[in-house]
Design a protein around this ligand. Sequence first.
Ligand code: 1GP
Length: 249
Amino acid sequence: QHIYKELQERKQKGQKSFAVLIDPDKVDPPAIEQLVKLSVDAGVDYFLVGGSLVISNQLDEVVQQIKAACDIPVILFPGSPSQISKYADGLLYLSLISGRNPELLIGQHVISAPFVKQSGLEIISTAYMVVDGGAPTTVSYISNAAPLPSDKNEIAMCTAMAGEMLGMKVVYMDAGSGAKRPISESMIQAVAQQIEAPLIIGGGITDPEKAYRNCKAGADVIVIGNAIEKNATLIKEMAAAIHSVPVKA
Ligand code: 1GP
């Protein structure tokens, strides 16, 4: 039960974090072994495990394999309440506050509450905001909720503020996996200036310079999935860029 505390401490120090997103549908044991090795060598801070669609039934196995191989915390990033594994360390407990689909705001939470509580995982209440990534992404389609317009910084800012005031512990702005257009630095900055909560940014980030600029704009955690699926050796460059952001004096 220490992930949130660490996120807060890192934010206070201005230390940026790198989270590698693993979609359990897209990996096999040798691929996980390679990802873990590259991540340990590069100093990756977190693994997020999940996806909008988890078709295979291997979540437990994937999480167990990662946990057996390293000490990097594993945080679930579930696309649905069934994507829970007690072998992980924590769970981003997402409420899709950019959308107006009551099921993803509260409905599914009610149904899965006893199961989630019983898991014993660290539950990290997350203000989840899907931002338009230029073309429909899986998350924007599956969620059946309009994403936040990518050029409406004020809406993003007000949404994040509302989430924080409702008691959500972290804010996650996501352009969706494989987004054509990642979230703009100006939107990240507008949101970061208004909230105290750690700010997680992901979706469509493919180059280390963009990751670096996002951190400078106020992101605390950068999540990368797709680009690493295509080229796992990018982990090293991404980690170096994110960790090169100067910490506060
Ligand atoms: C998706 O934010 C994550 O939910 C990561 O996106 O796969 O495009 O890196 P990518």
